[in-house]
Design a protein around this ligand. Structure first.
Ligand SMILES: NC(=O)c1ccc[n+]([C@@H]2O[C@H](COP(=O)([O-])OP(=O)(O)OC[C@H]3O[C@@H](n4cnc5c(N)ncnc54)[C@H](O)[C@@H]3O)[C@@H](O)[C@H]2O)c1
Length: 342
């Protein structure tokens, strides 16, 4: 027998929330029953677009309802921990936008609460549900990719400028999530610098380096003060280079079958090694289109119904906050390497 639909309340209908509303309203297995936003103007939009969906301005009212199984939280970052805790305590499954909390203790408390209450807690990391990022991971299988040398991500644009967190907390979670997913591990240390170019007390520009096992380096450049919009992740290995470009609709992924690796030592010269250069094709792999947010919401609904962990589960989300906290600390210490708590 098919599962009955998971009845969902969406909290937050600002810029990103409407995308959740659209996806949840159409998703088989889900039923959007309520949208909650403290801004009455936003609720008026909900009423116009979704006349069959209830609205309210107060989270308490949303959590008192008996027809809500799960809550999706798309409010500003500073509200995530408290709203997630209240939703879990009320017995709901939760999908919260990134980052799940602003400190490690907050994340750990939420992970424990979700475990204790037997509820699904998932963090929204849409890029892990992006077909091109999935393909990128396939392209990095060791036999084809060789040894991983480094990853590099650029996420720049003019705005949107947040008023609660800095550009690193707003933008870098996506890239840390992608790196952790591609490498199947978490960084060990972080070194970062940032600058408050717009003089608003929060870094608008950040350069962060993350150290992974086996000397693999992941570098991230974020800025919301750059007129050139770039959304790119590059992975370089000894056999291949793979480039994900999120704003190139015609070619999301490009594969360079080229690389350099170290061969045997040259017999007569002490300490010198032969460099083996591979030169091959440049390929655009076919990506089957699908909407990342829809894939993410499907994983949430399936996890709620089956009790299995979603891909971007609470511990995955907590790992990213651990890295962000180390990046913050390193920025305060002008780039000194800081260990990431495990
Ligand atoms: N995955 C992605 O690609 C992606 C893209 C954009 C934003 N986001 C994330 O989504 C979240 C929301 O971002 P946004 O750009 O929509 O922000 P926003 O400021 O545009 O919207 C937030 C909405 O939440 C409402 N709100 C705030 N506190 C509330 C509360 N206590 N109760 C009820 N409503 C409340 C506000 O009135 C506002 O309408 C952020 O965490 C952001 O990082 C993710």
């Amino acid at each position: 027998m098919a599962d009955s639909p998971v009845r969902i309340a969406l909290i937050g209908f600002g810029y990103w929330g409407p995308n959740y509303a659209r996806v949840l309203n159409e998703l088989p297995g889900a039923q959007l029953v309520l949208v909650c936003d403290k801004d009455g103007g936003r609720l008026a939009h909900v009423r116009d677009r979704y006349p069959g969906v209830s609205i309210c301005a107060d989270v308490d009212e949303a959590l008192k309802r008996s027809d809500v199984d799960a809550v999706v939280i798309a409010t500003p970052a500073t509200t995530h921990q408290q709203l997630t805790r209240r939703a879990l305590e009320s017995g709901r499954h939760v999908l919260v936008e990134k980052p799940m909390a602003l400190d490690v203790a907050g994340c750990d408390a939420l992970c424990e609460l979700a475990d204790r209450s037997g509820r699904t807690l998932m963090v929204g990391y849409t890029f892990l549900y992006n077909a091109a990022i999935r393909k990128m991971k396939e392209c990095m299988a060791p036999e084809a990719f060789g040894r991983t040398y480094y990853l590099h991500a650029t996420r720049t644009n003019l705005g949107p400028i947040r008023h609660d967190v800095n550009a690193v907390w707003d933008l870098a979670p996506h890239d840390i999530a992608i790196f952790n997913y591609l490498l199947d591990e978490q960084p060990r240390w972080a070194s970062a610098v940032g600058s408050t170019a717009l003089k608003n007390d929060r870094a608008d520009i950040g350069f962060a380096t993350l150290g992974y096992a086996n000397d693999v380096i992941g570098n991230i450049h974020v800025s919301w003060a750059d007129p050139n919009k770039v959304r790119e992740v590059v992975a370089v290995g000894s056999y291949r280079r793979v480039v994900f470009n999120d704003i190139n609709d015609a070619e999301r992924l490009r594969l360079y079958e080229r690389g350099v690796s170290v061969g045997d030592a040259i017999a007569e010269s002490y300490g010198e090694f032969k460099l083996l250069v591979r030169d091959g094709d440049i390929i655009s792999p076919k990506i089957h289109p699908s909407e990342p947010l829809k894939n993410q919401c499907t994983d949430f609904v399936e996890a709620v119904n089956s009790g299995r962990q979603p891909l971007t589960n609470a511990r995955f989300g907590a790992g990213i906050v651990r890295a962000l906290v180390a990046i913050d600390e390193s920025m305060r210490r002008r780039g000194t390497a800081v260990e990431v708590s495990q």
